[in-house]
Ligand binder design. Sequence first.
Ligand code: GAL
Length: 670
Amino acid sequence: MAIGTCYFPEHWPPERWATDIERMAEAGIKYVRMGEFAWERIEPERGTFDFEWLDTALSLIDDHGLEAILCTPTATPPKWLVDEYPEIHQRDLNGTVRGFGSRRHYCFNSARYRAETERIVSILAERYADHPAVAGWQTDNEFGCHRTVRCYCDECASAFRTWLRERYDDIDHLNEAWGNAFWSQGYPSFAAIDPPQPTPAEQHPSRTLAYARFSSDSVVEYNKIHTQVLRETNPEWFVTHNFMGHFPTLNAYDVSEALDLVSWDSYPTGFVQDRRDGEATVDELRAGDPDQVGLNHDLYRGALGQPFWVMEQQPGDVNWPPRCPQPAEGAMRLWAHHAAAHGADAVLYFRWRRCLSGQEQYHAGLLKQDGSPDRGYADAAQAAEEFDRLSEFGSVNAPVAVLHDYDSLWALSEQPHSPDFDYWSLVDGFYGAVRSRGVQVDVIDPATSLSDYDVVIAPSLYLMTEELADRLTTYVEDGGELLIGPRSGSKDHHNTLRAEPQPGPLASLVGATVDQHESVPNRMETRVRETETDRSFAYRTWAEWLEPTDAIVRMRYEHGPGADAAAVVEHAAGDGTVTYCGVWPREDLADELVTECLSRGDVAHTDRLPVGVRVGARGDRTWIVNFTSEDYEIDTGGDWLVGDSALEPFGCAVAKHAPIDQLQIELADQ
Ligand code: GAL
């Protein structure tokens, strides 16, 4: 487990570089990422190269015993290149060119840009093929950032038609599969199909899902241009890409198949403001939400089923959220430990030093703009020292899987049927319930093998195939505990409604079907009552009236025209049990359903943890992280390796041999 930083030597005079690298070494930094936006510095005009600056920086890194991660510089095609080939530019849905002057202004399907990518990546790879300081490569930078996964240019239109032809073969098959009799939307040929464009009413959902899949696949293919060149040049290098948090338009599982290591970029105080339901609390504005960040750790760890890196870690205040409070004292150290608890092998702070020019002048670095240490520097150094001390890091062994399905995300985003229905928030709710019981989670693609998990949670498998239904059935019959959320089994692969009642091919496993559904605003009464105990629980946004065939009824609606209809059912199948939850559960209901699955699945868990306090086990080490401004007292049977039983605000502690079902965490006496 190591600490690193993202460094831009090209932004600073060469005389400063030695001081920078020395300071990094003093802070215990091991990895330095460079070069992701440097194409123009490397090749100021076609065919003229300047490698001296990068050579010098790499030598200094090597001299100090650090290692470099180089990036392919394709996120910022230089001006001379886009002037030479303007067709490289992306176009938005309205056909407007996404022009030069920021970054990510290229189209993933541009044949010219693909050729230029192969050229620059090959030149860089060959130059550094034998360099002892280069440990690995990052492809590009944050594919799709600034809403750029989907481009609507002519080359994309033509690539989309080819993509469709490969999948549907005959235009009649496509018209049939999409149900194009609706509103006279049949196509006479593949050549007649365009990417989605501005339309008077909403778009055809099968067409938009196809475009979402096609666009994501385009990035998958584009990424492979990089990985192939890098692998062929030096098979010893690892190749990674830095994904983003709660990122909606790119299937990270598909991109990861071509990578050796998955990494992502974590900005906790920004994420609670711009990609989450509800207003952030004051504590969250200071340190973020551990479950929101944790879900991404677990998703990217789940992508290849191995340790991941945080390639960019927030170093202090940042420039892009609506508001930019200073993080809490110690938050930058807390985030590094939190990543470690979820299985990270490295955390690199973005960026080394606050820059003087360009768009990110309001973004902190580990150093201030004058080169003196900023708030994050001491935190980073402390984390590095503590990781050194911990020395051994086992692996995360998650007993629970949460199924995360990009197809369902894309299809639900097109037809949410309520302004409040956001796929990520629904997943967050179920995930948070497991994490609030101290249990480690893998967030995985539904196509992944389920047999190693004691409990599987599917927040919504909106699109359902017979094959997936069979796999889930086998999982349960073999003794698995499965919890399925609302809207599952509604649609087929092409995003058309199934003729049989929901949950479609899951109906016999679930032992119930859906009679009616409704989406409800928060001001309506939304409660269900447990049949056995009469306890009442709140839900939100979505409700399905269930008709049990073989299942037993766990919860019934309390209000409205569906009063007394079944809302949650449970069905024993083979050696396991499936619970179908027809509502979007609020925290207490999610906790109730999840905890019951954990108990039935024999998964060791904690009492319900305080909001903002989380634990994570890795090998024989247990981390306790505190994302709140409260003091807590921890009681554990283990030995303290970092910190102790007094858990400070925004602090963390690590214990050895501390079984999570014996952990007690309580507010400290005031
Ligand atoms: C990331 C990006 C970095 C930098 C950072 C600012 O999304 O990869 O280049 O812009 O955000 O927080």
